[in-house]
Design a protein around this ligand. Sequence first.
Ligand code: AMP
Length: 192
Amino acid sequence: MSAQRGPRMVLLGKQGSGKGTQGERLAEHFSMQHLSTGQMFRDSASAGVKVGLEAKAFMDRGELVPDDLVVAVVAERFQNPREVTPGFVLDGFPRTEQQALELDRILGQHPIDIVIDLDVPTDVVVERMRSRGREDDTEESIRRRLELYETETKPLVDFYRQRSVLVTIDGLGTEDEVHAAMLDAVAHRFSD
Ligand code: AMP
């Protein structure tokens, strides 16, 4: 990795695995943007923007926002070089194979460098989601999101493993331990 560029990263992992917290810390560490599609939708919904309000109807039920809506929002961010230079941390995108293929298209000649799968057992993420008290964290939506994680998002672990960019990190340590493990993984990826 040259001094001019930071890593292009994707964080995979169940909701409640710590992607948001860790994504922010990584972005700060490398002075780059933390791009969370969930946060983009929450911000635009609370600002009353149409795309956010459309997305909110899906989010509140624990459903995935349709691919075309999510991809449009991400593609727009990537049009602005300042958002994605020197690198970026994508948190919560891609969540389906279709989104992963669209991300390839958006990135063109500069593909993702490293995909970190933050591994936390289901019973632990359920407890974390119950206690964070976010508006979309009802019992029913928590259950539905975990189901969709298994069917739609988990296949991306293999998708990226086949490309040799996948690293799995145990997300059960302290916040500092997980952060340190992530930095090690990035350093290792760029060491050869
Ligand atoms: P998060 O902030 O990552 O927990 O996402 C909150 C909610 O936003 C999810 O439960 C989905 O409804 C929606 N969402 C965020 N990112 C995506 C995505 N890449 N694809 C589909 N839906 C998404």
